[in-house]
Design a binder for this molecule. Structure first.
Ligand SMILES: [Zn+2]
Length: 417
């Protein structure tokens, strides 16, 4: 048998092990927020990697990286998954941390986002080893924390330490749940800001004696809705963002608060609001410049505030620049061939409406060849009764294993059997 067929056979043979390892990981409730059991999960991944011949390191106990050196250090392929999951929330028909298997699916929080992806990465590398295929370059597998809250203590910290860096790393694959037949090449940008308005308090029965911060907030938000939103909705990206409605720039008001809202009481206090605040979420396109996005918001709010004499301030909360790996890059081409070889069909190239750890890989580590590819359905992420199909898990593991061969393995022709 040629190396490709040997590797694919090893993945099939490991099917039950891959399922069991995914279930082991789901049973560790790495809920973020607040960030629980991170060390336990890192150790579970690290122990498996050690068993599979990786040199394992912990940073500083919650992030784990395993390296398996081939004939040389380069090229180096890094497979990264985040270990944290969002809280289960309500509406589950099964225990979210029991990892129940039913009808060919694994159920649980993190089943698709993204403990199945981590298991895929670990077993893709292991299938190559079990097949006895010698690597030309090297492969790394990592489990990192806090992706759901921005990835700053996770992938970003590995990048800042230089563990993920263009000086040593050539390719990065993040097995987020885009499904075994789609390759994600990047994401849109994010600009979150807080819009605060100020007034002067007075008795609620004589509002003419005060100045309402809520009235001011309403005017500014109304301008964002009626002027800015239609203007940005005209802009269409060439990036293959899914769903297609997200190919346009978008604006959302994520939260609003104001006045003396007494949570414990049935009523608010009878006062004119002297403070109000909104969190605004502007998603921008790879064709837009952040400076322009920010200036457009600032100028529009300044105009409206001058017209209605509103006192306000803007504070930037989060800025994430859009990222996109070129469709012609070696990593995309190779993974496309790998998926085609496994599924028999050309995978679709997509981009994500929201951001994920790709941003840190590109912006901090300076690695240009980064994609997301992994088992599970994106639509099920963060939902009750999240699940991953076992067939998808195996299929994605096969494609990742062939991608390892194609990127850092011996010269193989992925296209033909
Ligand atoms: Zn995720």
């Amino acid at each position: 048998m040629n190396p490709i067929d040997r590797v694919l056979a090893e993945v099939d043979r490991a099917r039950d092990e891959i399922v069991d390892f995914t279930r082991d990981l789901i049973r560790i409730p790495t809920v973020n927020p607040p960030g629980e059991a991170y060390d336990v999960c890192a150790r579970a991944i690290g122990a498996r990697l050690e068993q599979f011949g990786f040199a394992v390191e912990y940073f500083p106990g919650v992030n784990v990286v395993g390296l398996r050196r081939g004939a040389s250090d380069r090229p180096l392929l890094h497979l990264n998954g985040h270990t944290d999951v969002v809280p289960p929330g309500s509406g589950w028909s099964v225990d979210p941390f029991a990892a129940t298997v039913r009808d060919g699916r694994i159920y649980g929080r993190g089943a698709c986002d993204m403990k199945s992806g981590i298991a895929s990465a670990v077993y893709a590398a292991e299938a190559v080893r079990r097949a006895g295929v010698a690597l030309r370059g090297s492969v790394e597998v990592s489990g990192t924390v806090d992706e759901e809250s921005g990835g700053f203590a996770g992938v970003a910290s590995l990048c800042e330490r230089g563990r993920l860096s263009s000086a040593r790393t050539d390719f990065v694959i993040i097995p987020e749940p885009f499904g075994p037949r789609q390759i994600c090449i990047g994401h849109r940008g994010v600009y979150w800001f807080e819009l605060r308005t100020f007034g002067r308090t007075a008795h609620g029965s004589m509002p003419f004696l005060g100045a309402s911060a809520i009235d001011a907030q309403t005017r500014l938000l109304h301008a964002l809705e009626t002027r800015l939103r239609p203007a940005i909705a005209e802009r269409l990206t060439a990036m293959p963002v899914v769903p297609p409605a997200a190919r346009r720039a978008t604006l959302n008001v994520n939260a609003v608060k104001g006045g003396q809202f007494a949570e414990a009481l049935a009523h608010q206090t009878p006062c004119v609001a002297d403070r109000a605040s909104a969190i605004v979420d502007r998603r921008f396109l790879v064709e837009e410049r952040f400076e322009g996005v920010r200036a457009e918001v600032a100028e529009m709010l300044a105009d409206v505030a001058a017209e209605f004499e509103c006192q306000y301030e803007i504070e930037d909360l989060i800025v994430v620049h859009p990222v996109m790996t070129r469709a012609e890059s070696h990593i995309v081409r190779t993974l496309q061939s790998a998926v085609q070889r496994v599924t028999g069909a050309a995978p679709e190239l997509v981009a994500s409406p929201g951001s994920y750890d790709h941003k840190h890989v590109t912006r901090i580590a300076g690695i240009e060849q980064c994609v997301a590819y992994g088992p599970g359905l994106l639509e099920l992420a963060h939902q009750p009764d999240e699940w991953c199909a076992i067939d998808d898990l195996v299929e994605a593991t096969k494609a990742l294993a062939l991608a390892i061969l194609g990127l850092v393995g011996p010269d193989v022709n992925l296209f033909h059997a």
